[in-house]
Design a protein around this ligand. Structure first.
Ligand SMILES: [Fe+2]
Length: 255
């Protein structure tokens, strides 16, 4: 799904609710599900055009994770398991916006990332970089009434991933956004400015060239806290000409 709501006339529905429909972004601005340089996509990219399932009452009114289950501690990834994480402390902040620049409040933003050495706390990640006993790499936060979110974490390290000779992922943080219903989920990755690994990374380069800059955060000296943490801003735009490049649901491995 693309997670963008259509304003076109809607077909008759089976309830009095106005049910959302979704439009696909144009082909030339969409990150493809299959990309030749990203080898494993050849095995999982669908060969036929995906079919949009209609969203009816059950899909748009089912329970989602309530904001009362998200605490302030979830937004600080540096204090976990009884200690402090190793690495460069950073603040990642921004807004979730719609195509008209309006804030999207009460949206669940979840992140997962490698530690400072570039290793995930995950059963399939066993390359010889150290695990951090005080870093699990998982965070979540709700956007406020102005669509803002803020996380405190450490800058993730680069890691090798075997896609091609000497393949290394640029430093990145995985993001998931939930809307008002479970079908309204979007997944993407945030990168850091000036990363020397961009040129050889097929996941980054699968994004159409005109959209790649929207996947890269911006260093913010104003929000950088003296003697404490660097700050990076990353706004997430759900649709329109400034849309953040999102992954598809068929593109969900841990790389
Ligand atoms: Fe990753």
């Amino acid at each position: 799904m693309t997670g963008t709501t259509s304003r076109e006339p809607r077909p008759p529905s089976d309830s009095a609710l106005i049910l959302p429909r979704y439009l696909r972004e144009p082909e030339d601005s969409r990150t493809p599900v299959g990309y030749a340089g990203y080898r494993s996509t050849a095995l999982r990219a669908p060969l036929r055009t995906p079919v949009d399932l209609p969203q009816r009452l059950t899909e748009v009114t089912g329970p989602v994770l309530g904001e009362d289950r998200v605490t302030a501690g979830h937004a600080d990834l540096t204090l976990r398991l009884g200690g402090e994480a190793q690495g460069q402390r950073i603040i990642v902040f921004g807004r979730v916006l719609d195509s008209d620049g309006r804030p999207v409040p009460n949206t669940l933003v979840e992140v997962w990332q490698a530690n400072a050495a570039g290793r995930y706390r995950h059963v399939v990640d066993n390359w010889p970089a150290p695990l951090d006993p005080h870093f699990d790499g998982l965070g979540r936060v709700m956007t406020d009434g102005l669509g803002r979110y803020e996380l405190t974490t450490i800058k993730p390290g680069a890691y090798p991933w075997g896609n091609h000779h000497n393949a290394w992922r640029p430093a990145h943080i995985h993001f998931s956004l939930f809307g008002q219903a479970f079908p309204q989920r979007l997944v993407t990755q945030m990168y850091f400015p000036g990363d020397p690994l961009f040129g050889q990374d097929p996941i980054f380069n699968a994004i159409p060239p005109s959209a790649r800059h929207r996947a890269i955060s911006t260093f913010d000296l104003e929000r950088t806290q003296p003697d404490w943490a660097l700050a990076f801003q990353w706004d997430i735009v759900l649709r329109g000409s400034d849309q953040t490049p999102f992954e598809t649901e068929d593109d969900g491995d841990v790389a």
